[in-house]
Design a protein around this ligand. Structure first.
Ligand code: ZN
Ligand code: ZN
Length: 288
């Protein structure tokens, strides 16, 4: 199969979910897809185990087989595809974080850090910000007294706090809190308070040295109208010299390079000339 149009060689994907969490397909099938598409590198990032039930994180009983299967694929494809073992770690203060000993002890190649859970107070994981619309409405109504601004500001404070206290290698879907705001029913990205909240989180990400991803997964799956983050945030990030990488947040093997050419275009439009990539020899910048 030819390489996706407009895509230059040298670009990998580091945000990949398999059947061990909420994705479909075995690690081996994702590696085959990467080879077919001519991608040189592939990183796996299963959702970490959390100490309460969900229908999308990795059950504790699956963690060992996830680690084992990805390591096996890493061995089997050596010389043909660089495979990296990672995890998408939640940040829930006082409970779990990208630098929690349970994560650090896994012998991972990289960690993606995410804020999915949000509650009316730190450490409260009552709602997810990237769930269905009804969950967002419920959170705003019952967690924040009908005040969407309160929820959004808490989201960005948590993101900033993750970067400051538990910096991962990669910060996931920076403005995922906009997922259910397609019609602007909760806020406007032009609101001064929204821009201020974003700016504070960007400051912390820059200080941390984390790589920020441009996440195409929501658009590919049809759950978001635009990539994370929005173009104006990318422009700001570029001005601040925050390193970026394009990630698919793939949940099926065929999605591992979904909308990459469009994302690269957006990066160029924001002023970026290169994106960061993890290689066997460490982190490098690859020209766009
Ligand atoms: Zn995520
Ligand atoms: Zn993900």
């Amino acid at each position: 199969m030819p390489m996706a149009e407009g895509m230059k060689p040298g670009i990998g994907n580091y945000h990949t979910h398999t059947y061990h969490c909420d994705g479909h397909g075995e690690p081996r099938e994702y590696a085959e897809a990467a080879l077919k598409k001519g991608m040189p590198r592939l990183g796996f990032s299963g959702h970490n185990v959390v100490p309460f039930p969900t229908d999308w994180t990795m059950p504790a009983t699956r963690l060992e087989s996830y680690l084992h299967e990805v390591r096996e694929v890493k061995e089997r494809y050596r010389g043909r595809l660089e495979v990296f073992l990672g995890i998408e770690a939640d940040f829930i203060p006082g409970m779990i974080s990208p630098v929690h000993r349970d994560i650090r002890g896994l012998g991972l190649d990289f960690v993606i850090g995410s804020v999915h859970f949000i509650g009316p107070s730190d450490g409260d994981h009552a709602w997810t910000v990237d769930g269905p619309l009804e969950e967002m409405e419920d959170a705003v109504q019952h967690g924040f007294g009908g005040d969407a601004r309160g929820l959004v500001e808490r989201y960005y404070r948590l993101l900033a706090s993750m970067a400051e206290t538990a910096a991962p290698d990669i910060v996931a879907h920076f403005d995922v809190v906009k997922k259910n705001n397609r019609d602007g029913q909760f806020f406007s990205e032009d609101d001064a308070w929204y821009r201020a909240a974003v700016k504070l989180a960007l400051d912390s990400v820059r200080e941390s040295g984390c790589v920020m991803e441009i996440n195409t997964g929501g658009v590919v799956r049809g759950t978001s109208g635009s990539f994370y983050p929005s173009p104006w945030i990318l422009r700001e990030a570029c001005r601040m010299d925050i390193p970026v990488m394009v990630n698919a947040d793939a949940h099926r093997p065929e999605q591992i390079d979904g909308k990459f050419p469009e994302a690269v275009q957006l990066l160029r439009g924001a002023g970026y000339r290169a994106q960061r990539q993890l290689t066997r020899r460490g982190w490098i910048d690859v020209e766009l």
